[in-house]
Design a protein around this ligand. Structure first.
Ligand code: NAD
Length: 291
């Protein structure tokens, strides 16, 4: 049987460390601040935003949440972002995705000050990651996956990594991080001819497709480390439950280690958001010192 990678426990340890570092910064007169912007009332987004706000407050950071109506204009949203860019109490800005269809996502993401872009979706941060520079902001979910992987595989160099899914939020940045750590990386997606055959080659299998139970036991090479990013709501007989993209019991028979859903990657995503916010706040202080 596979070792269960307890993301919840790792995230708690990270969060405790972050809370101590926040206290140190606050003693120096700087309270790290995170602004979360939600446009519309998508139920999943509302839950994620509430959870982010709660965790931000729990580590002693300054937390601001802007909830805007669905019919907010792009111009009004951009004006808010510019105000947050200029707000010295705010070190991190997160615009919850997806945005309503009348708003151009890229225009909004690229309006965020790259130094405050704690989601790492600004094109400058995307570019830095793509060329292997380490001074940008790294997207929270892939960063969380990386931190979990490192606990089981001290060196990723030369490993064969397969990523299922190539979204800008998870799959692509994940593949770039793995490449930057020396993995041989295969990215698979809906047009891939035989995803299972690719997956079977993997020492490291990252699954971010949004398809419940996609990865079966026979897709996994014995001894592989499997990271399940998927969050799928299933309406079962006992009410709704959350499952990943991996058929957990089958895959646990083959894998060396596997993340559960819930309690795996999800908690790590928020911990990494706090980590990025702390980093953004620390960078402003060092800048202030040298000025
Ligand atoms: P997305 O829909 O934007 O992208 C899905 C990707 O998977 C696409 O590239 C698509 O081509 C590929 N794909 C879909 N079905 C496939 C299949 N059958 N075979 C191969 N490739 C397939 O989704 P996303 O935003 O990247 O999120 C993916 C999943 O991860 C979702 O379940 C989402 O809820 C979850 N997620 C979790 C966290 C977290 O914190 N744990 C964060 C973000 C997303």
């Amino acid at each position: 049987g596979a070792v269960m990678i307890n993301g919840k426990a790792v995230a708690e340890m990270m969060t405790n460390t972050i809370a101590r570092e926040v206290a140190t910064l606050r003693a120096q007169g700087i309270t790290p601040g995170l602004a979360v912007v939600l446009v519309g009332d998508d139920p999943a987004s509302t839950i994620y935003v509430r959870s982010k706000v709660r965790k931000t407050e729990a580590v002693g950071m300054h937390s601001v949440c802007h909830r805007l109506p669905t019919d907010t204009t792009q111009q009004a949203l951009l004006a808010l972002i510019h105000a947050l860019n200029d707000d010295r109490a705010i070190h991190g800005i997160l615009v919850q995705l997806p945005l309503p269809p009348h708003i151009q996502r890229d225009a909004v993401l690229d309006a965020i000050d790259p130094a405050k872009d704690v989601d790492g979706f600004h094109i400058l941060n995307v570019g830095k990651l793509a060329v292997g520079r380490t001074d940008g902001m790294i997207p929270c979910t892939p960063m969380g996956c990386m931190l979990l992987l490192r606990r089981f595989l001290p060196s990723l160099s030369g490993r064969h990594a397969v990523v299922i899914g190539c979204s800008n939020i998870v799959g692509r940045p994940m593949a770039r991080l793995l490449l930057n750590e020396g993995c041989t990386v295969v990215i698979t997606h809906l047009q891939t001819r035989d995803v299972a055959a690719e997956a079977r080659q993997a020492d490291i299998l990252i699954v971010a497709a949004g398809h419940a139970g996609l990865v079966r036991g026979d897709w996994v090479k014995p001894g592989a480390v499997v990271i399940d990013v998927g969050i799928n709501r299933i309406d079962g007989t006992n009410g709704p439950t959350i499952v990943g993209d991996v058929a957990f019991d089958e895959v646990a028979d083959h894998a060396r280690a596997i993340t559960p859903v819930p309690g795996g990657v999800g908690p790590m995503t928020i911990a990494c958001l706090l980590q990025n916010t702390l980093r953004a706040a620390s960078m402003t202080t060092s800048k202030d010192v040298t000025l």
